[in-house]
Design a protein around this ligand. Structure first.
Ligand SMILES: Cc1cc2nc3c(=O)[nH]c(=O)nc-3n(C[C@H](O)[C@H](O)[C@H](O)COP(=O)(O)OP(=O)(O)OC[C@H]3O[C@@H](n4cnc5c(N)ncnc54)[C@H](O)[C@@H]3O)c2cc1C
Ligand SMILES: NC(=O)c1ccc[n+]([C@@H]2O[C@H](COP(=O)([O-])OP(=O)(O)OC[C@H]3O[C@@H](n4cnc5c(N)ncnc54)[C@H](O)[C@@H]3O)[C@@H](O)[C@H]2O)c1
Length: 483
């Protein structure tokens, strides 16, 4: 077995791949990736899912045509056309990413699986051929993978996860989705909008149950009008499949027959592939790599970032972590800086997130329940409905029961600080509307004056955010008993 030494070894070419730029030209880098370049986000996550969601949103909007006086006929979606557009884009980007790295003089790409054999020493298995590499610095950007539970009949029946469902050959007439979180809800929206009959099974008492309770309730009742939602129950057994219909046997005694089964019950870290104990790298009880505020692990010279180490598994968090690691690595490799005081720090406050369903949902900060747990009576809540601003009238929540036209902005503040601690939006383009609220929280701007300190375009939908801020300002100013 040969051993190669590098200045830097990076395991995982998702967000790990963005670390190395021209600042690293003088360093020898090993980049190890067991799957396609670009990782989860590019190949089977954010990018393809949002490319599938756009046509789903078009179909959902078109179906409202009748209520708005534009008779519209929506045929079944052309799965292969949609799928091929998505897959062509992501596969080309992944191939370009790999090619760019292979052409770089200072980078050796290993297309295999790495695991530690000792401190900062890894064995890389490329199709059974093992190479040992050592690194002065090592970055673990190894992400997560879908959880697959041990359920009787599952393996025999066959199932999909978010890793595989986007490449299905044939569109299923009936889809079973187990899990009511982000992945399950976004993909239920996609397949339902394209014309599949969807049944979604969630163990909790609402879908999207880590959102604010008002948002989760609004979303759950909205999609119950579109597909079959089974709450408070779990998949206990699976029968059939292997080309025949699949029967889902649920814990409450109910059954559902589907053609394809999607498991979306969460994700687990890939840290178990790394033999981390041999390198002195600690993980927590859920297998997440433990890092400090500089993204340093418990082992000297070993860093981690993104889903591998984060409790907020989102791509914008992974990107930000990667920028922190890049800054800190360059100091370590160049032996410059004044020690820890010169290291960049990850700021994981005010991280926004969005669920790209219909209705679209966005959030930053604490839910009302989390805020009340943390801050008790100091918490003040205000809300403004989409239907109560001018653009909401155009969206016509009065004409049908569209879940976005009947959406809202809910703000959570603290009386003692006069600051926003949480914002929850259900609205068209909620992922865009939330941004001024993210800025306010990140820059610690007082709520007082925030709405009136700038113009808000009339009659744009941003007026719903403006009005929610005005309502929160007035609630913060009122006596506790009047709020
Ligand atoms: C369906 C879906 C939709 C999503 N949509 C969004 C969204 O809209 N917005 C958002 O912010 N986030 C979204 N996410 C989450 C987002 O994809 C992740 O937060 C992000 O990709 C994490 O990046 P990462 O670099 O930490 O990990 P990854 O992108 O998972 O990269 C880890 C890489 O490490 C490789 N690897 C692992 N172990 C080893 C090993 N031992 N040896 C070699 N290679 C290894 C893996 O093959 C992988 O390529 C979505 C996720 C899913 C599943
Ligand atoms: N738009 C986005 O930003 C986006 C989109 C997709 C994924 N993601 C990321 O990926 C992560 C994983 O998403 P996910 O949806 O796989 O996980 P999740 O944790 O968000 O949701 C899993 C859901 O499955 C339920 N569940 C668990 N076990 C079950 C069982 N046996 N039977 C029935 N229900 C069960 C849970 O109660 C939960 O509601 C998210 O936390 C998010 O960070 C983000």
């Amino acid at each position: 077995m040969t051993t190669q030494h590098y200045d830097l070894v990076i395991v995982g070419a998702g967000s790990g791949n963005i670390i190395v730029d021209e600042q690293f030209d003088d360093f020898r880098v090993a980049l190890v990736e067991r799957g396609p370049f670009g990782g989860t986000c590019l190949n089977r996550g954010c990018i393809p899912s949002k490319m599938f969601i756009l046509p789903a949103d078009v179909a959902t909007t078109a179906r409202r045509g009748d209520a708005l006086g534009v008779p519209t006929r929506v045929g079944p979606a052309e799965w292969r056309t949609i799928r091929d557009r998505v897959i062509a884009k992501v596969d080309a980007d992944a191939a370009d990413g790999l090619e760019g790295r292979e052409e770089a003089d200072n980078i050796d790409v290993y297309q295999g699986t790495a695991s530690f054999t000792g401190p900062r020493t890894l064995a890389i298995d490329v199709d059974g051929k093992i190479t040992e590499v050592t690194g002065d610095q090592v970055v673990l950007a190894t992400g997560t993978r879908p959880v697959v539970p041990d359920i009787p009949g599952l393996e025999e029946a066959g199932f999909e996860t978010s890793d595989t469902i986007m490449r299905l050959e044939a569109f299923p007439a009936r889809l079973g989705v187990v899990g009511g979180g982000y992945v399950g809800s976004e993909l239920a929206h996609v397949f339902s909008s394209y014309g599949a009959e969807v049944v979604q099974v969630e163990g909790g008492d609402s879908l999207l149950n880590d959102q604010d309770a008002d948002v989760a309730a609004h979303f759950t009742s909205a999609v119950e009008r579109r597909w079959d939602v089974r709450l408070g129950t779990e998949l206990e057994k699976v029968s059939g499949g292997g080309g025949d219909p699949i029967t889902l046997h649920l814990a409450d005694g109910e059954e559902a027959e589907v053609d394809v089964l999607l498991l979306a019950i969460g994700r687990q870290p890939n840290s178990d592939l790394l033999d981390l104990e041999r390198a002195g790298v600690d993980v927590d009880d859920s297998g997440r790599i433990v890092v400090d505020e500089h993204q340093r692990t418990s082992a000297d010279g070993v860093w981690s970032l993104g889903d591998a180490s984060s409790d907020q598994p989102l791509k914008h968090v992974a990107n930000q972590d990667a920028r922190v690691v890049q800054h800190n690595l360059l100091r370590a490799l160049r032996h410059t800086g004044d020690g820890p005081s010169d290291l960049a720090v990850s700021d994981h406050r005010a991280v926004p997130q969005a669920v790209f369903t219909h209705p679209q949902i966005a959030r930053v900060g604490l839910t009302e329940a989390e805020a009340r747990d943390e801050h008790g009576d100091d918490v003040v809540v205000a809300r403004h409905d989409v239907a109560d601003v001018a653009y909401g009238w155009a969206l016509a929540g009065d004409l049908d029961d569209d879940a976005e036209a009947n959406g809202f902005v809910k703000l959570v503040g603290r009386r003692s600080t006069g600051r926003l601690v949480g914002a929850h939006l259900v609205a068209p383009m909620a992922s865009v509307l939330v941004q001024p609220l993210v800025m306010a929280m990140a820059h610690d701007v007082p709520v007082a004056g925030l709405a009136r300190s700038t113009y808000w375009i009339h009659p744009a939908l941003t007026e719903v955010v403006e009005n929610a801020l005005i309502a929160l300002e007035s609630a913060l100013e009122s006596a506790p008993d009047d709020a």
